[in-house]
Design a protein around this ligand. Structure first.
Ligand SMILES: Cc1ncc(COP(=O)(O)O)c(C=O)c1O
Length: 472
């Protein structure tokens, strides 16, 4: 351990070293078993005689703090008092709002059937291909062209690959220059807030809606207003006059699951144009559509340049990769590049390069085709079983996309209480009421099938049926 020792003046040098090392051991910075630097090395670093360091070490050894092992060096001994001293109480407090936030999703350790929405199946990830590409990139020669720092907006080849991918799979109109590589949708939203909004601005979100987006807007000092959704998606007639931005999930409303109808999408664009409002389109799982007409994103219907479009690789790859993107009009290119730069410079370069190759070699398209078949089968199975086993109490929201299905409780039962009981029985899922923003909660259950393989879907839903059938 390269422990920090500093000397003042030339007096009592051994005593100074002794006291600093003793303090480091007592407050836990140096832990039992850690090696101290050899006396010769520490002496050279401090420009003093080796003997002075040896005197300090001998004293610490005599007091039981250190032990020497012949041929191995000097080590910190177990003193029994190494609990780190509590840091001084601080008067510093976070700005209003931070203490009220909590992690979402809350951890659910030890569930047997994890039906939480939004989780992809880690077993479907194309590890072999990803490993091969990564291994090729982690060589000195492979990233030589990347220089000492990347472009804040992203690796050029990845921006180009994303523009093509989004164009082909979602008919998004974008060139490489319009794309900013982000750490998921979440960072895209953060950049949008920084570049376009002021604290105190009103942001309209869908109600029920996606909690991390709401939390981000609140943490940045925005006023968040929930806007009800109906079978056609966000109710444009209920948007608040004060809104400066509207955050929507039109391809697959989160969490209910229906797409926004075409007339509604047109009405939203029209409303935004008249009010000069920014539309933030979160297209988080559009690659997984199971039939039905493809949904045109707001971004491609927009003739006015007021839609900021964001997508993610969290669902088609894995959320832990933290890779997503933002598509912005040219008037915002410079600001977004700078916002990305001041926030964390740029996304990790090897991962960006790997993803670019993954897309360019056609591997992403193949992975999407395969995983779509798998998820579609699960989607169908969950829908069948919910109809068969829960039809008297749960009404599925029609949906043909994504990694989850939602169902409303038709008898007004307490969904949070059902979800708690399900968890006790080993079934992890969300209650729909968890997603309420400012309006009255919709009651129901969200059934994610991304992380539950088909035989387990049946077992898990059977267990859920037992829980629901039992009176509270
Ligand atoms: C509505 C919505 N947006 C975005 C995401 C993904 O966000 P990120 O790209 O930050 O992982 C999710 C994931 O569950 C989601 O449900």
């Amino acid at each position: 351990m390269d422990v920090h020792v500093s000397l003042v003046g030339r007096r009592d040098l051994a005593g100074q070293i002794y006291r600093q090392l003793r303090a480091a051991i007592l407050d836990g910075r140096l832990r039992a078993g850690e090696a101290l630097p050899p006396t010769r090395e520490l002496a050279a670093r401090l420009e003093i005689s080796r003997n002075t360091v040896a005197v300090a070490y001998d004293r610490l050894a005599a007091e039981g703090f250190l032990e020497s092992r012949v041929g191995a060096g000097t080590f910190v001994r177990e003193t029994g008092s190494a609990a780190r001293g509590a840091p001084a109480a601080s008067p510093l407090r976070p700005r209003r709002g931070w203490d009220g936030l909590d992690l979402w999703p809350a951890p659910m350790p030890g569930v047997t059937w994890d039906f939480r929405a939004g989780l992809p199946d880690v077993r479907l990830f194309p590890y072999e291909a990803w490993r091969r590409i990564m291994a090729g990139l982690l060589r000195p020669s492979a990233l030589a062209g990347a220089g000492s720092a990347g472009d804040p907006a992203g690796l050029p080849e990845l921006r180009a690959a994303i523009a093509r991918h989004a164009g082909v799979t979602r008919s998004v109109r974008a060139g490489a220059r319009d794309v900013v590589v982000t750490a998921g949708v979440q960072q895209a939203l953060d950049l949008i807030v920084r570049v376009l909004l002021e604290p105190g601005d009103t942001v309209a979100v869908e109600d029920p809606g996606y909690p991390p987006a709401r939390m981000l807007f609140e943490a940045a000092g925005m006023r968040v207003r929930g806007v009800p959704v109906d079978a056609e998606g966000l109710r444009v007639d209920a948007l608040p006059d004060a809104a400066r931005a509207v955050y929507v999930t039109p391809s697959h409303q989160f969490p209910l699951g229906m797409p926004m109808s075409l007339p509604r999408r047109r009405a939203l664009l029209d409303w935004a144009r008249r009010r000069e409002v920014v539309i933030v389109e979160d297209d988080y799982d559009t690659e997984y559509r199971y039939g039905g007409r493809p949904i045109e994103p707001l971004q491609s219907l927009d003739a006015d340049g007021r839609v900021l479009y964001t997508g993610t690789f969290s669902k088609i790859m894995r959320p832990v990769l933290r890779l997503g993107f933002l598509v912005a009009p040219p008037s915002l290119h410079h600001a977004f590049r700078m916002a990305r730069y001041v926030s964390s410079w740029h996304a990790e370069v090897p991962a960006q390069a790997a993803l670019a190759r993954f897309i360019d070699e056609g591997l992403l398209a193949r992975h999407i085709r395969r995983s779509r078949r798998e998820y579609e089968a699960r989607h169908r199975r969950v829908a069948e079983l919910v109809g068969e086993w829960f039809g008297d109490r749960l009404a599925l929201v029609p949906s043909a996309a994504g990694l989850h299905l939602s169902a409303r409780l038709t008898d007004g039962a307490d969904d949070a209480e059902l979800a708690r009981r399900a968890l006790d029985a080993g079934v992890g899922l969300y209650a729909l009421s968890e997603f309420a923003v400012t309006g009255p909660p919709v009651r129901g259950l969200v059934l994610g099938y991304g992380a539950v393989a088909p035989p387990e879907i049946e077992a898990g839903l059977r267990r859920l049926r037992d829980v629901i059938a039992r009176p509270a």
